[in-house]
Design a protein around this ligand. Structure first.
Ligand SMILES: Cc1cc2nc3c(=O)[nH]c(=O)nc-3n(C[C@H](O)[C@H](O)[C@H](O)COP(=O)(O)OP(=O)(O)OC[C@H]3O[C@@H](n4cnc5c(N)ncnc54)[C@H](O)[C@@H]3O)c2cc1C
Length: 386
């Protein structure tokens, strides 16, 4: 275990996708994961995949990702439950209708195919949708996948190509000499590395502190609910009433969306637990959006942690120093873009650059921030009530 060409810190979808493409290119790669594969956000997310028409800096990465998702099961050799039936965004208020027009204009501006729908067209696609629906958009190129299956697929495919994966092993230190990372300290010993890729979700910022970098991300807890299984209703990814979600292969409706609860994490924190009032709020909004399923019981809920940069966008970069240390944070977009993220990281390691435009995702776009930026933004944990 004591050396590798590349050490990837974090066995989430970003780390495993990066590790997969590097192992496929013949590199000697180790992934170090403090818990289990996909145990954090990567296995707990909504599974939504889109072209990110709302985020221009992300569109090149997102478009490449959707392209990769379409052949990913064949590429990896394991199921991801990817469904490529499109994404529908509906408005149930005048405010959401305004968002619909903005999103349509963004999509058209970036040459992304989008179709405007009236309420009757929407109810044909989503039976049981609220009669309050005013209109919507259909993006043919969107979809969804099963996060747990997908992240496991990357892990198995990585190992099939000779990659080594150490679960229940935490990185506790990073050694730097002459402006280069030389090795990482783990709970199972030291691993020497030529290159280190930090894809540790909210902990990426704590690891960066060890190498003298400031990576400005704030951890936030967000939630998902799962209903009891239903007959197949729709296979499109659905966004509306402040929610996003899908019907899973086994029939459950899985929906999330709501407040970010700012939290703090430690280097080896346990996964977050859900917040009951927020879960109830998601369930209420789902019943409003789909009144036909209002009586179906919620059988599960869970939380996950997203790490938000000040502009809610990912960071993918190699800093000047240490020059062999790649940083990846996802800002809540990480599942859908994961295949292209892995490709980009692999390109950065192998060639020092990527053909996919990530110029809007550099770390130095935050060089003006002061260390107290979270406090200034109010992105800090709420005080505990006595
Ligand atoms: C409820 C929820 C819903 C979401 N919905 C969507 C969605 O629909 N579509 C979408 O695209 N994105 C969604 N996201 C965001 C998406 O899940 C994340 O952006 C993505 O999973 C990030 O993947 P990652 O691999 O970068 O980070 P993570 O999944 O956070 O993985 C980082 C890994 O690093 C490990 N780690 C941390 N510190 C250490 C250490 N010291 N040593 C070793 N290992 C360490 C962690 O244990 C973890 O497994 C959602 C997120 C949540 C929580």
């Amino acid at each position: 275990m004591n050396e590798a060409e590349i050490v990837v810190i974090g066995g989430g979808v970003s780390g495993l996708s990066s590790a997969y493409f590097l192992a496929k290119a013949g590199k000697n790669v180790v992934v170090v994961e403090k818990g289990m594969v996909g145990g954090e956000a990567s296995g707990r997310n909504g599974g939504m995949i889109s072209e990110r028409t709302d985020e221009p800096a992300l569109i090149p990465l997102a478009l490449e990702s959707v392209r990769l998702w379409t052949t990913l099961e064949d590429e990896l050799g394991y199921p991801t439950e990817f469904i490529h039936q499109g994404r529908i965004q509906v408005a149930v208020s005048e405010e959401e209708m305004g968002d619909i027009f903005t999103e349509r204009d963004h999509a058209l501006h970036h040459g992304i195919s989008v179709e405007q729908l009236d309420p009757s067209e929407i109810s044909e696609l989503i039976p049981g949708i609220s009669g309050r629906t005013l209109g919507g958009l259909f993006f043919a190129n969107g979809g969804h996948a099963n996060p747990q299956r997908a992240v496991q697929a990357f892990a198995w495919a990585f190992q099939d190509r000779g990659g080594r994966l150490y679960q229940n092993t935490a990185v506790t230190g990073i050694n730097v000499e002459d402006d280069r990372v030389t090795s990482v300290e783990t709970t199972a010993g030291t691993i020497a590395a030529d290159v280190v890729v930090a894809t540790a979700g909210p902990q990426t910022t704590l690891l960066a502190d060890m190498v003298g970098l400031h990576v400005p991300v704030a951890p936030a807890r967000v939630e998902i609910i799962a209903t009891a299984p239903l007959e197949p209703l729709f296979d499109i990814a659905l966004v509306g009433n402040g929610l996003y979600g899908r019907q899973a292969a086994r029939g459950n409706l899985l929906f999330g969306g709501g407040a970010h609860e700012w939290i703090d994490v430690g280097l080896t924190s346990e996964p977050a637990k859900p917040n009951t009032p927020l879960i109830r709020n998601i369930a209420r909004r789902l019943a409003e959006l789909l009144p036909a399923v209002a009586d179906v019981p919620v059988i599960r809920s869970w939380a996950g942690i997203v790490e938000q940069a000040p502009d809610y966008m990912p960071i993918i970069d190699i800093p000047d120093t240490p020059s062999n240390y790649i940083i990846v944070t996802a800002s809540a977009h990480g599942f859908g873009i994961a295949p292209a993220t892995g490709k980009v990281v692999s390109d950065l390691v192998l060639q020092g650059k990527s053909n996919i435009d990530i110029s809007g995702l550099t770390l130095n776009r935050f060089s003006h921030l002061t260390p107290d930026w979270r406090k200034k933004r109010g992105w800090v944990p709420a005080p505990e009530h006595p």
